[in-house]
Design a protein around this ligand. Structure first.
Ligand code: ACO
Length: 439
């Protein structure tokens, strides 16, 4: 009779073990055994027990989560059960941020309160502006954002009481509110422009645009098409389950560090070119390729492993990233306002040729969220080194939702993986004069 368990025979000892199998919402996408159950499999009483060896967490679930669902084979992404396409079409970023953090779409009253609380927390202390003043004129904006996220911790020492729900709630308002302000300060610093403080009469995204782009006018009025497009981009970037930066957020916060320092660590992970930094790398790549006739040679270089096709491939998606589909459609709406970014034609050609090539087809490498997003950001007037910062602003909602979920999860403890030790077993210390050079 079928049973929800796994029978393991250890051929070293001939012993058999029965390990329970547990499931998530979808049995076919969430069946797992507990790694700790393997520890009972041992050859002797002194044996530490069997571990699973999984560098880079290729097949290890680190938590149970009810926030985001991805079916990478079928190109499906849902937040709290809602398909990303429906949210991008019908919702807005503030509502999606609430959904991620609270688990349900807000009522009108809940939405108004949430938006008001976040809006009221968009200001930053004047001293933070002086932190920005200390950065070099050509500092990369992402490390500026990372540093000032951590610096927020110094202004809110009570945030260390992560066990207190009211304190947690307050930091969620502050972090979602202030991340856009810090991001904008980093932009203005890079440009040598005076800092612009928030305008609380604008939407979350409209205010972000105001803090980036307001010049001499008394009041900044965001272009509605660009405001809507940026809002959709924010929705698409808001969460993506246990990716590198989210996992970092959870790991740092598992030591009960405050959420500002944990978010700074998460943003540091996002900065890497294999993660959120890929949107910047895509533009560098497109500029190097320069023209459509150079695409075949570039693809050849990729296949010979001289280069990576940035913005392609994903640990989880083995199909077209559903976010890239929405972004590709959005590009035309943005270009109607900004004029066409010539790099789009190069990107479309690169995608067309790559998707016909067996190297990419056999490895299931498709465009990811970063392939087209940078081209839109650039058309809006953002420099390429700023793209990852624009990714981090909406991802804050996801990081915080995952942080809160982890803190409330009774099964979670401080994160601490095991290792397979491969070094010298034991040896005696030798005084320096007796040592021989090893190289
Ligand atoms: N260009 C060329 N070859 C690639 C690419 C790529 N972009 N991505 C993967 N491959 C190849 C690998 O060389 C490997 O080939 P092999 O099996 O012959 O050695 C195979 O495809 C599998 O790739 P892995 O590197 O094992 O896949 P992994 O899941 O570890 O990496 C990653 C995923 C980091 C996203 C990778 O696809 C990559 O480097 N992409 C480019 C950077 C990028 O766009 N990152 C953004 C991801 S989305 C995000 O984080 C927001």
């Amino acid at each position: 009779m079928a049973s929800d368990s796994l029978t393991i025979t250890d051929n070293r000892t001939g012993k058999t073990y029965e390990v329970p199998i547990q499931y998530g919402t979808f049995p076919l996408y969430g069946a797992s055994i507990r790694g700790a159950d393997l520890k009972n499999i041992r050859v002797s009483a002194e044996d530490f027990g069997l571990m699973s060896f999984d560098p880079a967490f290729l097949n290890s679930a680190s938590c149970k989560s009810a926030i985001t669902f991805i079916d990478g084979e079928r190109g499906i992404l849902r937040y709290r059960g809602y398909p990303i396409e429906q949210l991008a079409e019908q919702s807005n970023y503030m509502e999606v941020a609430y959904l991620l953090v609270h688990g349900e779409l807000p009522t009108k009253g809940e939405y108004d309160l949430w938006t008001r609380e976040i809006t009221e927390h968009t200001m930053v202390h004047e001293n933070l502006k002086r932190v920005f003043d200390g950065f070099h004129y050509d500092a990369h904006p992402m490390p500026m954002l990372i540093s000032t996220l951590a610096a927020l911790s110094t202004f809110y020492p009570a945030s260390r009481h992560v066990e207190d729900p009211a304190i947690r709630e307050h930091q969620i308002y502050r972090l979602i509110g202030k991340v856009g302000t810090l991001a904008a300060l980093a932009y203005r610093h890079t440009k040598g422009l005076p800092y612009v403080m928030p305008d609380n009469d604008l939407s979350y995204v409209g205010n972000f645009m105001n803090m980036l782009w307001r010049m001499a006018e008394c009041r900044y009025t965001p272009n509605p098409t660009l405001e809507k497009a940026l809002d959709v981009l924010f929705i698409l970037h808001a969460d993506h389950e246990q990716n590198c930066s989210t996992n970092t957020m959870r790991i740092v916060a598992s030591a009960e560090s405050d959420p500002y320092c944990a978010a700074a660590a998460a943003a540091s992970a996002l900065y890497g070119p294999l993660h959120g930094g890929a949107n910047e790398a895509v533009l560098t790549m497109l500029r190097q390729i320069r023209s459509k006739d150079k695409v075949p040679q570039f693809i050849k270089d990729v296949k010979e492993r001289k280069a990576l096709l940035m913005g392609f491939g994903h640990r989880v998606y083995k199909n077209y990233d559903p976010r890239a589909k929405v972004i590709k459609r959005l590009a035309d709406e943005v270009f109607d306002v900004t004029g066409k970014n010539p790099l789009i034609e190069l990107a479309v050609e690169l995608e067309r040729i790559a998707l016909q090539d067996d190297y990419f087809v056999s490895r299931k490498l498709f465009p990811n969220v970063d392939f087209y997003s940078g081209i839109i950001y650039e058309a809006m007037g953002m420099p390429s080194e700023y793209f990852t910062v624009v990714f981090a602003v909406p991802r804050m909602a996801g990081w915080l939702a995952q942080w809160q979920e982890m803190i409330l999860d009774q099964e979670q403890k401080i994160a601490r993986p095991r290792q397979v030790y491969t070094g010298v077993a034991i040896r005696d210390y030798e005084p320096i004069e007796k040592r021989r050079a090893t190289s």
